[in-house]
Each structure stands twice: as structure tokens, then as C-alpha cells.
Design a protein around this ligand. Structure first.
Ligand code: 5RP
Length: 242
């Protein structure tokens, strides 16, 4: 199986997991990226199982709407649900890297801020990925930071104290090739290379303190609760301790 087959396989397992464990009539959080896209496509025939879905990007929202899902803005959930500490029972999303503790790097698709917001609304984060995303130490994949554009230079300078080299993410094809990649929030992404992330929880805390950083693509203070990982031998289920 190639990587795309593995993503489809794990998305199928996630679909079964969600339909088995989520009673009918609730709201589901759905992420962004190619693995999340498989999940959306496979879940589409079951859209009426859910009162609605909350999406972490404009791209996922567009796909969900085309497939007939009822997409609800995170701040427009019914009041009886909105006031709960976790309005969503589950959030299903991919990752760029995940370590044995369930800490992740996310944001390869640029949707990290909304992903972190929707994940924070969910009782359980179900990470779905293929086995190439499993690592012992995070940081080989450049860490995405969503930043306020005018703070770019100062943030780049500041990151040097952790050994990080920041590269502004640019649009890689089309008419706007070479222009800064704009997030759904109208901000920029810095991809930070060279970090050796020994303590993801502390680093996430530290980087969150830099003025102008909107969101750090480390999901460590709040990590995955369950990992479904697709490999050549099938889908493995890894439950993380709180
Ligand atoms: C998007 C993300 C994605 O979950 C991450 O990039 C993994 O993507 P893919 O499923 O395409 O490998 O964080 O911002």
C-alpha cells in the first residue's frame, strides 16, 4: 500500500470508531489535510448521524458543504451545548508528526490556529495518520507558527535562542507563486527548522510567549487522546494517558 492507501485505511477506521462511539444527533469536530479529506469523504454517507460538524478550515468547510454536511461555526453551536466545557465529544484530525506520548506537530496545511481552537472544544482528540508520521522526537518536520506579519522579523530573531531558523511560508504555485501564504485568518506562517524538541510542553509554553505569535503548531499541552495509525499490517490503536 502506498501512503495514500494508508491514509484511506486509517480514515475508514476513524469513521467506524466515530459511528460506533458517538450517539446520533451530536456535533463532531473535523480537521484539515489529506487524511482528514479521506475521513470526510468516507463519512459523507453517514452525515445525518450528526446534528452537525465543526470544521477547522475553509478548505474542509467547502468540502463538507459540497458533500451535504451541516457545517456549524464553532461559536454558533446551540447554547445548551456551547456552555458545556467540551461541546464536541470528538475531534478527528491528522498530524505532521506524533511522538510516543501523543504530542504532535500540526499545521503543515496552515490550519493550526483553527485546529487548536476546535480541538480545545472536544473531549477527545482522535489523531489519524499513516505510520510515517510516528517519531520518537518531534522536530524533523519544521514547526509551523502562525504569526502577525509585522512581527515576522522580531519572531525570527527570537527563535534563534532555541536554535530555530524560521522560513516564511510562500505560495508554491499558480499566479501568486512566491507571495506569502495567507492563512484563513489573514496571517502568515513561519516554518521553523532546526528545533530539537526534547520537552514539547515547555517549548509550546515558551513560544506562545513571543509577541506576535498567534499559534504554535505544537499540540503538547493538549495532545492526542487516541491515535489510529495506518501501516502495512493494518490500523493500530494507541490510547494515550491524560
Ligand atoms: C493541517 C494539518 C494536517 O493535519 C497535517 O498537515 C497532516 O496533513 P496530511 O493528512 O495531509 O498528511 O495540521 O494544518
Amino acid at each position: 500500500m502506498n501512503q495514500d492507501d494508508l491514509k484511506k485505511q486509517v480514515a475508514q477506521a476513524a469513521k467506524e470508531e466515530v459511528l460506533k462511539r458517538m450517539p446520533k444527533g451530536q456535533y463532531l469536530g473535523i480537521g484539515t489535510g489529506s487524511t482528514a479529506n479521506w475521513f470526510i469523504d468516507l463519512l459523507a454517507p453517514h452525515r445525518d448521524h450528526f446534528a452537525g460538524v465543526v470544521s477547522s478550515s475553509l478548505a474542509s468547510t467547502e468540502r463538507l458543504i459540497k458533500l451535504g454536511f451541516h457545517v456549524v461555526d464553532a461559536s454558533q453551536l446551540p447554547e445548551s451545548i456551547q456552555t458545556q466545557s467540551h461541546p464536541l465529544p470528538m475531534y478527528v484530525d491528522g498530524a505532521d508528526e506524533i511522538n510516543p506520548q501523543g504530542h504532535m506537530i500540526k499545521g503543515g496545511g496552515g490550519a493550526l490556529t483553527r485546529e487548536k481552537i476546535i480541538a480545545s472544544l472536544a473531549k477527545e482528540f482522535i489523531c489519524i495518520c499513516d505510520e510515517s508520521k510516528q517519531v520518537n522526537t518531534l522536530g524533523k518536520f519544521p514547526l509551523p507558527l502562525e504569526v502577525i506579519p509585522l512581527a515576522q522579523a522580531a519572531i525570527t530573531q527570537s527563535l534563534k535562542q532555541w536554535g530555530g531558523t524560521a522560513k516564511l511560508r510562500l505560495i508554491s504555485s499558480g499566479k501568486q507563486e512566491g507571495q506569502p501564504f495567507l492563512t484563513d485568518n489573514g496571517a502568515w506562517i513561519l516554518d521553523v527548522h532546526g528545533l530539537d524538541i526534547k520537552d514539547p510542553v515547555q517549548l509550546e509554553r515558551d513560544l506562545n510567549q513571543i509577541a506576535g505569535v498567534i499559534c504554535v503548531g505544537l499540540f503538547a499541552q493538549a495532545k492526542a487522546d487516541l491515535l489510529l495509525v495506518g501501516g502495512q499490517q493494518g490500523v493500530q490503536r494507541v490510547q494515550f494517558s491524560k
